[in-house]
Design a protein around this ligand. Sequence first.
Ligand code: AMP
Ligand code: ZN
Length: 508
Amino acid sequence: MSAQLTVHNSLTRQKEVFNPINEGRIGMYVCGPTVYSDVHLGNCRTFVSFDVIYRYLLHLGYKVRYVRNITDVGHLEGDVDTGAEDKIAKKARIEQIEPMEVVQKYMNGFHDMMTVFNTLKPSIEPRATGHIVEQIEMVQQIIDNGYAYEKNGSVYFDTIKLAKEDGRYGKLSGRIIEDLLVETRDLKNQSEKNHPSDFAIWIKAAPEHIMRWNSPWSVGFPGWHLECSAMSTKYLGTNFDIHGGGNDLKFPHHENEIAQNYGSCDCEPANYWLHTNMLLMNGKKMSKSVDPETGISNSIAPGELFTGDNPNISKGYSPMAVRFFMLQSHYRSTLDLTDVALTAAEKGYRRLMDANKILQDLSHPGKGSAGELDKEIQELIQLAYTDMSDDFNAPKALARLFELVTKINGLKAEHLAFDQITPETLVTLKATFTTFIFDIFGLLDDALAGGGDGEYETLDGLMQMVIKIRQSARQNKDWGTADTIRDTLKALKIQLKDGKDGTAWSKE
Ligand code: AMP
Ligand code: ZN
């Protein structure tokens, strides 16, 4: 069914035919979260994008080893030159708890959110603190190969040496050696680095720093970039197929990962680098800082999105409506979160699920030949696969499914005739539709997720009735009844949210 797979490779900045190193198998490494605070929706966008990629590769029949790490040490709040603090250590200090309590808390939250979004679990989820030995070994290899130097117990990667070797440093991010060399910031007095673009691969711990390990150079901790080089090498080998992450990680994180792999084994880690684009809200980068004019921050936590408890949205949206919303844009495009777009996505999601139910209930009368309609359906199915094989173009494939929705609704309403399609085509359509929406796009039907077939519909029907009774009570100024309804629902953990388009309900 599927066309040849092509992927956009950030290394070459073009689409390439995908050829795995070992036939039938794929090694994929995706940079996971730094678990020092609640996972934000931007992170979720990136992980949902890679979930769709992973699902499609599995669908194509590949055996995929999907490694996604947890960063639990080494990610600094700024640069090592300015004495920046480790993000997890800082949180532990502020909350007066163990760093590993910080890690556990936010890692649990991250996992819960990944489950809510119905993402598949990676094959291996290694943690940086569990691989200190491998990281120390890699630092030693890099020093032995002459690509790193030690200063007062810390070890720095020599970027200029690598950059001089045929542009090996800077090729992913497009930084060129001339730019690196002319950087004039004189760090001689404040920094131990030979050059501003050099980066720490081992950092000597200050006395107050609690996350620390013995090493040949000092009691200290690894630099952030090192964990991904060490863990990808350990689980996928020195050269593997796909490396992914958000495009904000291209520089310095991924560029430095490549440098470390060259430095330690003279090898190029991944053949294909895939980068997802950023999540925006109302056209602006999502940010937690408060707008002085509106007093509102341009950010939203996933939980707030589900309950509707955020001034940027008029009501709550289900996780599957949000996942559908994410599928509507290509992983390399920015995604702009707005209330209007979410409402449209919610409608689209419901339409898709309803069409699937209609489709699965359709039965072919038995007589039918391959007419024009049959041909169109076959073509749309083929095109949906072609789109997914074209750098995982989920929004285009989704649009093909909606063309099929029109056909499905047409068959149900008898605008379109069964004698135009063969029974076999209906069988293929049923199978393809469920494969796409559930296996490849990873959606669940909310109506079924509520537990038991039809339970959600029953509840929703009752809620619509309650909402109407409340509305008429308010119109009649019968505040007693209106309040009783609200209080009773509150006790049942059901929230009502009044918006422009009426009242929505959600369950906590
Ligand atoms: P972090 O926990 O900051 O290391 O980020 C985890 C992953 O989420 C990385 O792959 C980031 O590139 C990605 N990411 C961070 N912010 C956003 C955003 N606004 N939109 C999409 N992906 C993001
Ligand atoms: Zn990484």
